[in-house]
Ligand binder design. Sequence first.
Ligand code: ACO
Length: 319
Amino acid sequence: MVYSRILGTGSYLPSNVLTNAMLAERVDTSDEWIVSRTGIRARHIAHEHEKTSDLALMAARAAIDDAGIAPSEIDLIIVATTTPDMVFPSTACLLQEKLGLPGIPAFDVQAVCAGFMYALTTADCYIRGGMARKVLVVGAELMSRILDWEDRRTCVLFGDGAGAVVLGASDTPGILHAKLAADGRYKDILNTPAQIAGGKIQGMPYLNMDGPAVFKFAVKALADIAEKTLAEAGIAQSSVDWLVPHQANLRIIESTAKHLGLPMERVIVTLPEQGNTSAASIPLALDAAVRDGRIRRGQTLLLEGIGGGFAWGAVVLVF
Ligand code: ACO
């Protein structure tokens, strides 16, 4: 039996930090409002010259180093992003060039904040199906590029960053179970509707969100999929060592933890200093907790995320 296991993790945050106080100088908001409604205190914002593939490259190199493998051992690249460098080629192809790995398959997955759940699940299927042995899975986002910096309802919530894992074939688990879901009927409560047509950008090129509707949907969908994923894997909720959630809002995270009966001491939270980095937030949180020694080999992790589409998913694994 072939399983897939995380061999290494890595992440990258741009050096430029934007605090709530700095934001309050630009829009009508306050540190108190942002912290009490979301838990966010600061976020990293990329420099103008940085592209999504640059952030992805830094995270990818760190994950490859951490896995202790040669880059040439990678036989598939999957990048989860909703803020690609360009319409095409895919950010995965651009990353492949930067890594100097011509020839291996590379593609993007677009499931917004659930992107890393979709990418990791796809990589797991490739490995278990015998089509790849070592897959580089990256979540990378420049959310700052699709925000209306005059819209206080949205610009306070997001940040830039990238996280990566190397997933490798293994005789022992690994990923125990994954579950994905989507419901396009909710496309209007969270979107960036712009498209390129006739040489022009048509429609609003900024992130648009009905915050309360998203909140309500996310809380229920995440509780449901987290519970079902564990049940289908035959893992008791009490056996989960760490919940590594998508970092959108502290109240959403607390609600999922409470539903699973997990104390917040067993939840990885990077949101206060990073904001919502969409597809990057789960691998960023994972890497932070691996680096500081909280997450250790042999522990059981539950990863979960949700975002525009709506699309959502959860993965339970032995680290
Ligand atoms: N600063 C100050 N006031 C603000 C701000 C701000 N940054 N943003 C909105 N307000 C005001 C609104 O204008 C409104 O004022 P009004 O009553 O005078 O009209 C008031 O605050 C309340 O607005 P609501 O939208 O009802 O505030 P709510 O308590 O729902 O909090 C929030 C908004 C934080 C966005 C919340 O709904 C939420 O977290 N939703 C989930 C959204 C989310 O996580 N999105 C991420 C993308 S999806 C994902 O990753 C899961």
